[in-house]
Design a protein around this ligand. Sequence first.
Ligand code: RAM
Length: 916
Amino acid sequence: MNIQSKQKVFLLTLLSIVFLSFISCEEKKTIEKANDLTVSEGFKNPLGFYDATPTFSWKLPVAEGVKHQSAYQIVVASSEDLLPDNADLWDSGKQMTDQSVWVKYEGKPLESRQKVCWQVKYWNQDEDASAWSAVNHFELGLLNNSDWKAKWIGLDTKKEKILGSQDNIIHRPQYLRKGFELSNDVESARLYITAKGVFDVAINGEDVSDDVMPPGYTPYKERIETITYDIGDLIESGQNTIGVELASGWHSSRLGWRKELWVDTEAPKILCQLELTMKDGSKKVIVSDESWKATTNGPIRLSEIYDGETYDANLEMPNWTTNNFSDRNWEMVNTFPVTDAIRLEPKRHTTVKSKIELKAKEVVEKDGAFIFDFQQNMVGVPLLKVPMKKGETLKIRFAEKLSPDGSFYTKNYRTALSTNYYTASKDGVIEWMPKFTFHGFQYIELSGFDTSKTPSTDWVTGLVQYSDFEENGTFASSHEKLNQLQSNIVWGLRGNFFDIPTDCPQRDERMGWTADAQVFGPTSIFNADVYKFWASWLQSVRESQYENGGIPWVVPDVLFNNKVSAGWGDACAIIPWDIYNRTGDKRILEENFETMKGWVAYHQATTKDYISSMGFFADWLQPLPKNGDNRGDTSKSLIGTAFFAHSAKLTAQTAEVLGKKEEQAKYEALFKTVANAFENKFFDETGKVKGVEETQTSYLLALAYDLLSEGKQGNAKKYLLEKIAEADNHLRTGFLGTPLLSRVLDEMGDTDLMYKLLFNETYPSWFYSINQGATTIWERWNSYSKAEGFNPQKMNSLNHYAYGAIGEWVYERIGGIEPLEAGYKVIRIAPEPKSPLTSASAELNTPYGKVASSWEINEGTFTINVTIPPNTTAKVILPGTAESIEETNNIKAISSETGSEELLVQPGTYTFKSKL
Ligand code: RAM
């Protein structure tokens, strides 16, 4: 190499070094990509998705240099290789905004079956760009009835005229099958399926999914949900078989107490459509139609939600879902067309699954039967591994609690038999679990097994079943009973989120009682990822609204009595507002605004001079009512008027968020008028209740819903405190009043008293039931007591989440985490540390990421660790006098009053201390 070439090489090398170091500088500036991408109400890469107008959300990483978002770009394409540069469905372009959640899709219209891929990038507070996120995807289900080429099919199971426990026609479960041949290899395959009833499907001998009782429970006369499965791995070239088990489920069982509505229910049916794309690109569709065959001579003889399941192993049909089976003796099915009368829509929340396994802890003998104790009241089914002799029938009974003499307490199941039977076809250990029913229980009683064997706890495992959501928040403290209360709340949630929010999971009810739902909503949203669950149920609420605007007592409506109740129907306004507050998603308000308006109009129609005459459940199950009535002592008219005003106010607030100025003004004015009428009718000049019974709840409603003029508020507070003192500092509130206690006392600055009520050990209080052995929340403050046994009333559920509504206050004011701006965009961390607690901690997965607050008190020093997620800010309020806070870019002191210090804090993790 000559000198010149050497110089050239040298220069080139130098240039490349400069260039490379330039690039690596650039690389250093590339910030970590967004993660946890979801669509609509928190779906991750869903299949058979319901939403053709989705929203997009993502989280900024917890990483060096990432505090806030200054811009984003979303790209959406029909296939992954088009991303990010050739997005054929939508390119949002760079949007200068900090919005990282609920961004509306504005691309090309999406269709049934469409596959959609998307990714996002964001710019941080310094305008550094992230790399593109991982590609996420979703695939739409069948969105229109016209997408269905299949027919409803099933046998006429009424013909047999089997009568159930209430002389109602019950339907034998059906087994339906079809064989089909494919001449080509399959590339991809989807199964679209649903039932009027509940089903379980297998292909070529393999279970398609572990879903429990799909498709779930909706107002079936309006809408039935459909499910999509990816069955590509189950389909073989050549001969295939699909087999579906079908039982009554909610659709064709008795539900509620209007016998005339369920004495003669419609026979269950299935609808299914397999869509196959072959390797050569051709398509094939197999549908439910007249070519299917079915039988009722299978092993599941009976299956009812309230009454349980009966199984005869002698009737098992080995291999019936494989090619290796002859259905010669099976019947042809009846077919029924898909019409437009009932909308078929992809399920818009998760199916129920077996989520937790509980081991039995103890087994004891009682009168020849054996009782297994799980030491936890739970909901689901048992998995049984029990030695049996051929021909013997195992009887499986359930109970939430034992009577003091050790016998089974089943009185509170009322007419629900809640009993399973299993007949063995050979000697040996059976393995079985019921499929199309569920039970609420802590104890299982077995009889009829091989008595030469000694029962052991491993004979039964409890499969805890609920809608498939994950934990979203946690709370713990230094106080054992408060932790037990938290556990009881969580078990109440697990037990009563069985596809719909139920009041109770065990007796002849299990219905979507609307007040229970509205009081427990906020607590549930903290503990679990239940936005989709609620959004879906609210669709059922909308579909169930009466023409006159009334909202039924239960949703889905199985009572059809056109009756309403204040505090119950108001769920249609309260729940959307609570969800909006905790998610920041305006769509939940958009979807429910018209329903709220209809409900407010209904309220108005029941009033004279704005005073309500709406009746019914009132402050349900208030303890120690004067007249012994379950409806408590608070005036129904006062309650109705208070909720009328409150729903009008929520409708005004909703209109405001949605930018509907005129409606905002209209409902604000209505609120004021009603509040005024309320005050004049029920309160005297001094702010004391007049003309009706003076109760804790009457003051709580007036104060919580802001219904008194300023002058009277102070006195009303004083009277409330007097009422509480009169009750020896105990609550006297039912379903409606209880959640307001903490809200009002907190606003009054009386957290000492709220602590007192919460930590009370005597009746009525939360810890009272814990002292009596509760592992869930009970329907009544005294459902059971060690001294007096069971409450004599048969309406006595031991798994009823309503009083668990106190959770909201516990997380927000003991844990200290509260949204200051909808969706936790601005967070308030302001725990109220008080004796007897010395520490508490809470964590919550907000739409922006994890927020945490954990505090302890040690020798008069309060120490708190907080974590604030990216793209949010927090107001941290420290009790006492803060210890030397150094202001930085991330921490600014806002104000320091005697007794507390307020800080404005940017994303990150910090420790603060103060002297109490
Ligand atoms: C019972 C239950 C339910 C309640 C109704 C009014 O069915 O206690 O929770 O909402 O009554």
